[in-house]
Design a protein around this ligand. Structure first.
Ligand code: NAG
Ligand code: NAG
Ligand code: NAG
Ligand code: NAG
Ligand code: NAG
Ligand code: NAG
Ligand code: NAG
Ligand code: NAG
Length: 411
């Protein structure tokens, strides 16, 4: 079960949302495969689990669920080209392997087939299996996708073959990626397509609220909080995008709040928010008090697994971002960059944080970043008639000076 708090409308309190995926939680698998030029050639992110029926020594049949392929490896995955197919190979647990093959046509590519192997010699999963050997199920699935589109299926896809049911959901996959850039143009599976009765009413230009952003689009906003005893002492709402540059190759990773766990701690002079997930060992934000009346983001530490299996770690405890008076929160709706090192930056979206003096679990007055100021001023100035212009400018000037907005005041 995955629970997270939705960004609260100021004053509305907390909204808890829990997703129950079957009865078990599941980690996303993610592969960002590079070619010899270090450009992305195949990208995939998806969830999957399986049920397997097997014969026992007492001539009965048992069904086991295999989920949470944590610690998966992707050995044998290949980019492919015009002649040879592309392939994702995943290994996990003791003896499970899963392969999907892609082929390329002139203007399309196809998902050809999926095969899944399991080894009943795994006494933990199949304790009393009659036959101790490797079984493989193979399923042909041909589905054609325009070249340079990313296939998306948030709905559950089910494949049944012999004793195995395979379930997939939240699938994003693109093989034969063009020029190293994963597409933002989604090719939806049938189950994700809006029903035809709705289509004429909804203008196609409006983004549907259920659309998950493509991998390199704007990240979803996560809501994180830290408790001290029973009361909330740190609040943070933010969309996070990691920008990792190594050997002149840049990878952009959007943090999916649904897959993140969070913890932390609050003290009088420092506060810590720690995020982690299956790939991210830790992503720490350390806040500190300065001059006894302001707080700021002092330190960021990260350690995460890269797709090729290496570990990426960076720490910087000499930062100075998100500066605001104690007793208020810091807010920046626009994209903002936190530069942790030459190799590592974090882009933040719809940010709001309050690491100290949280009262009743709610944000206090927000101090906005300078980036946000003109978004508020420009429409007002442009929209105002000449007569009102001078008054508006004076008011705007005063607001700009104070940089705080009474609308967010906690009651
Ligand atoms: C790709 O990356 C590897 C390892 O990071 C490096 O050794 C190699 O020189 C790079 N190749 C190119 C073409 O940039
Ligand atoms: C995954 O790997 C970690 C570290 O190597 C290990 O502690 C953990 O037990 C593994 N989990 C599973 C389910 O194998
Ligand atoms: C995928 O392709 C490889 C090599 O082209 C082949 O050996 C394998 O049998 C194929 N697997 C599936 C599931 O089609
Ligand atoms: C599984 O159990 C069988 C019989 O109890 C034993 O012979 C075999 O070595 C075990 N296999 C593993 C991998 O532990
Ligand atoms: C990622 O970082 C590199 C190097 O600092 C920079 O050139 C690039 O514009 C950044 N990309 C994004 C999307 O932030
Ligand atoms: C961050 O990393 C530095 C250096 O590795 C370490 O000294 C420090 O304790 C870490 N801070 C946190 C909050 O984990
Ligand atoms: C993984 O890739 C990074 C960046 O491309 C490189 O620096 C690192 O050496 C690679 N690690 C392994 C184990 O290939
Ligand atoms: C910390 O940053 C400040 C200003 O950015 C710089 O003057 C100082 O030398 C830095 N200190 C360390 C230990 O890197």
């Amino acid at each position: 079960m995955v629970c997270f708090r939705l960004s609260p409308v100021p004053g509305s309190g907390l909204v808890l949302l829990c997703l129950v995926l079957g009865a078990v939680s599941s980690y996303a698998l993610e592969l960002n495969l590079m070619n010899a030029e270090n450009a992305t050639c195949l990208y995939a992110k998806w969830h999957m689990n399986f049920t397997i029926r097997y014969e026992t020594t007492s001539k009965n049949y048992k069904t086991v669920a295999v989920s949470d392929p944590v610690n998966a490896t992707y050995n044998g995955s290949v980019c492919g080209d015009d002649q040879n197919g592309a392939r994702i190979e995943v290994q996990f647990g003791s003896g499970f392997s899963w392969t999907v093959n892609f082929t390329k046509q002139v203007s399309t590519y196809s998902i050809e087939s999926i095969s899944f192997s399991y080894d009943t010699k795994d006494n933990t999963t199949f304790p009393d299996a009659k036959e101790k050997e490797v079984f493989t199920v193979y399923k042909s699935v041909t589905s054609r996708i325009p070249l340079d589109d990313i296939f998306r299926c948030n709905s559950i896809l089910t494949l049944e073959e012999r004793d195995v049911n395979q379930y997939y959901w939240n699938v994003h996959v693109q093989a034969f990626v063009q020029n190293g850039i994963v597409s933002t143009k989604e090719f939806l599976c049938d189950k994700d397509k809006p029903s035809t009765t709705v289509v004429p009413i909804v203008p196609t230009t409006l983004p549907s609220p259920t659309t998950t952003p493509a991998p390199k689009g704007k990240p979803d906003t996560g809501s994180y909080s830290v408790k001290n005893g029973s009361s909330t002492c740190l609040l943070a709402d933010m969309g996070l995008q990691l920008n990792i540059t190594q050997d002149k190759v840049t990878s952009i990773v959007n943090i999916d709040p649904k897959t993140m766990n969070f913890t932390g701690s609050c003290h009088s002079q420092t506060a810590l928010l720690r995020l982690n997930s299956s790939n991210i060992k830790y992503l720490d934000f350390v806040f500190a008090v300065k001059n006894e009346n302001r707080f700021y983001l002092k330190e960021v530490n990260i350690s995460m697994n890269l797709v090729n299996g290496s570990v990426f770690s960076v720490a910087n405890n000499n930062l100075s971002y998100w500066d605001a008076p104690l007793g208020s929160s810091y807010m920046c709706k626009k994209e903002q960059m936190v530069s942790v090192s030459e190799a590592f930056q974090i882009n933040t979206f719809d940010l709001r944080v309050q690491p100290f003096n949280v009262i009743k679990g709610e944000y206090s007055t927000a101090q906005e970043c300078s980036l946000d100021d003109d978004t508020i001023l420009i429409p007002i100035v442009v929209g105002a008639g000449l007569s009102g212009l001078i008054i508006i400018i004076v008011i705007a000037y005063l607001i700009g000076r104070r940089k705080s907005y009474a609308g967010y005041q906690t009651l």
